[in-house]
Design a protein around this ligand. Structure first.
Ligand code: GLN
Length: 318
């Protein structure tokens, strides 16, 4: 189908784009492999499929299971980074780098050579350092409460909550994340006790949100840190730019290059099968399908985004 490109946003039939994308991606429904290392995630229906797009003027289009909450997993790392950058600023970069790792999300190999300073804030080790900074001098419970309340305000939806079953499952299956945290701590790169930090990390990953809530909550990232609907300043343009560049270069671990090549938008995947992408100046897109590729990115979700970007020209490289 012929669709207007980004320059003609007001003429865009958003419903038609989302419907077309959904119909196209339905043949991929159930493809890929669900994350099995967190037992609770394996219980999710593999046939779930959802798309939500929210534009700067509030126009919203949904398809499939877009109102159903799912485990956001590593997508949470974008929001903890946003909060921590606002709290500590550039000092964060003494603790964590901003270079793609080219390694799986839970890899420990680079940590030894690089003396406990994780490559970037979007791999697990880096996100664990960010969670530690989110606790700061306060408690783990206060940090997680701050995050959940941030998401509720941003999504204009007070129903957002942590799935305690998933959090428990993650903690029970958390040997590798514990190893990463202890390794970082051994180099003096955590201020708080490992279990405190992990209790934030596991709970942030276990937050359940729908595609609609995710797209709405992250809209400020498409508009230089200002929520275009409420007019509120959420973060600075500088922090927003930094978050987007990290999403583009590191948002999908060792699949980040391929994602940038195919989709060309800053994005963040989670092993729950969600992908959040930001089209700067346009809006936010969230997709969900639990089957993953080898790097832990939703297989059908990436196909949907590829289709949508082809139709709309929303790639940052278009
Ligand atoms: N909670 C998951 C983990 O720590 C997050 C990984 C992901 O979504 N890529 O392993």
């Amino acid at each position: 189908m012929e669709l207007p490109r980004a320059g003609l946003l007001s003429d865009l039939d958003l419903e038609a784009v989302v419907d077309d994308t959904y119909r196209y991606v339905e043949t991929y429904r159930g493809h890929g492999r669900q994350a099995s290392y967190i037992p609770a995630l394996e219980k999710v229906d593999p046939n779930k499929l959802a798309i939500a797009v929210v534009l700067g003027d509030g126009r919203t289009a949904l398809a499939g299971d877009a109102e159903e909450p799912f485990s956001i997993q590593s997508i949470s790392k974008v929001f903890t980074l946003s909060l921590v950058l606002d709290r500590v600023g550039a000092i964060l970069w003494n603790r964590v780098g901003r270079e793609p790792s080219g390694s799986p999300f839970n890899s420990i190999v680079q940590l030894e050579a690089e003396k406990g300073k994780p490559r970037n804030p979007l791999i697990n080790a880096g996100a664990i350092v960010v969670s530690d900074q989110l606790i700061g001098a306060d408690t783990a419970d206060a940090a997680i409460a701050e995050l959940v309340s941030f998401l509720r305000v941003r999504a204009e939806d007070a129903s957002i909550a942590i799935d305690d079953g998933v959090a428990m499952s993650e903690s029970q299956a958390g040997a590798l994340n514990r190893s990463l945290a202890h390794f970082v701590a051994a180099f003096g790169n955590l201020d708080n006790p490992v279990e405190e930090v992990l209790s934030v990390y596991f709970r942030q990953c276990a937050i359940a949100m729908s595609c609609r809530q995710l797209a709405r909550a992250s809209l400020y990232l498409a508009f230089d840190g200002v929520d275009p609907i409420t007019g509120e300043t959420v973060t600075t343009p500088d922090h927003c730019r930094r978050i987007l560049s990290l999403m583009l270069t590191c948002g999908h671990y060792d699949n980040s290059g391929d994602f940038a090549f195919r989709i060309g938008l800053p994005g963040k995947s989670g092993v729950g099968g969600g992908i959040l992408t930001i089209a700067p100046g346009v809006g936010a897109i969230a997709v969900w399908s639990p089957g993953l590729n080898q790097a832990g990115t939703s297989l059908a979700g990436a196909v949907a985004l590829e289709r949508m970007v082809e139709a709309t020209g929303w790639s940052v490289f278009a």
